[in-house]
Design a protein around this ligand. Sequence first.
Ligand code: PEP
Ligand code: MG
Length: 568
Amino acid sequence: MLKGLAASEGIGIGTVMIIEDRILDYTPKTVTDTKAEIKRFNDTVDTFCEIAEKKVEALKITAGKKEADIIKGHIVMIRDPYLISETEKHISNGECAEEAFANICDMFESIILSSKDELTRLRAADIRDIKFRIMSLLLGVKEIRISEAPKGTVLVAKELTPSMTAGIVKENIEGIITETGGLASHSAILARALEIPAVLNVPNAVGTFKHGSPVIVDGKDGTIINCPDNKQIERYTKKKIDFLKVHKELEKFRGKRTVSADGKNFDLFCNIGKPDDIFRALYYDGEGIGLFRTEYLFMDVDSVPNEEEQFEAYKQAAVMLNGKPLTIRTLDIGGDKEVPCLKLKKEINPFMGLRAIRHSLKNRELFKSQLRAILRASAFGNIKIMFPLITCTEEIEEGKAVVEELKAELRDRKIDFDEDIKIGIMIETPSAAVAADILAKKVDFFSIGTNDLTGYTMCCDRENSDVSYLYSVFQPSVLRLIERTIRYAKDNNIPVGICGEAAADPMMIPLLISFGITEFSVSAPFVLKARRCISTWTKKKADAVAKQVMQLSTESEIREYLSSVISC
Ligand code: PEP
Ligand code: MG
């Protein structure tokens, strides 16, 4: 069993077709008739554009306008006057068209790859793609025709370029496996647009799989089974049927607003850890980001990201969301979240120690660099700031004072930011929930973090199997704290969301609707499921369930009752 990056959901069961890079060898030769060589190059560019135009039309039908625009972009790139004139200049100096064009493309590629912006770096694939096409035409090498792949094909390639995939016959391709590519790569975007299961970033995939051998691709968890046995084929065939059934049902909710059965609108956002996760959030139809866990930017790195690096990440996220809300939570470290680059002091009881907002307030420079980066990024989108693990008013006031100080500094420096940026807090400690009536007067919004709220309320660590039986959001005490938090938010006219895992729990959804929640923020794959579930409830029906639940006295009674009334 192999693992890769799960880039497009679904199960594919089929036969491997290896797409190998053809070697485009040429012997550089000096040309004397440079005029004729320039004409040969320009004719080739014209042919490339003609073929590309046809691919654009094909993609519009198979994958949609957005994907067709990728190939349209190639036409714009190849017609770039600088690229053309530089190639012509090299040819005028005696280089053959192949050598001249390859050198210019390599130069473009290295400029793109030196960019700090990951999205820009990903565009190097376009240059490689264009280079490959033009060189194939110049050398008269035949293109690989993925369009001729038979039914049940699983494509295995180093990298699938947009023009390779342009001719894909969706019905014939069971899956895609590549050696490179992230969630934002063309292979991933196209696979998702065509709804083909895809697993990317599988080292040495081309060398590992054999042309014509059977394979299973699970695009949901990134698993690949090379030469599966009958039992595995049977198991995955069932998984595939189930997936397709649920998928069909859920797809009806894509692109729709999140509305309850009695017409009340809700916001349905996603939780993310890195800007790249936004691709996933948008793919699953999230309406914005309700929780950006910024601590992930500080994990798996050798040094602490500076203000500039953070600014780039927050700005990238804001730009990608194109006006949709983005709630950025300041560093939530400590407890179970270790961040080696910050060299945190060892504590006897880290869950009760200097974590989250406490750490930020004690480490002002770090806090300020993060807030400055967020404020600067707020000029590029719809950003909100959220403080984690708040327990009392003083923490809010101190945090807000730092924001005010930085706003004044940025004004002096004439740097743009959103003057009205909203500041909210996580309600994830019993203290904050109990004092919600006081805290609601100090902030613009609440977001309930049921993961920590449950642990702190029940005084139990969910990873500790001896006490994990206590860890349940359906404990009467936890439900009372949630209900109270929402009630006080409503009394004070501030929006209240939920971003803990419970937000996507079908048993929790009617209770939240009844209590008056306004926003759900869930892991991306749960968006459509949550939207469907919310659509089945009216306030009246949810109130009846909540009333009954709040009269029960044990977690098991509550669970038992809820499972008897839940159908979504
Ligand atoms: C929570 O505690 O519910 C929450 C959303 O925060 P995290 O899971 O990041 O601690
Ligand atoms: Mg938390």
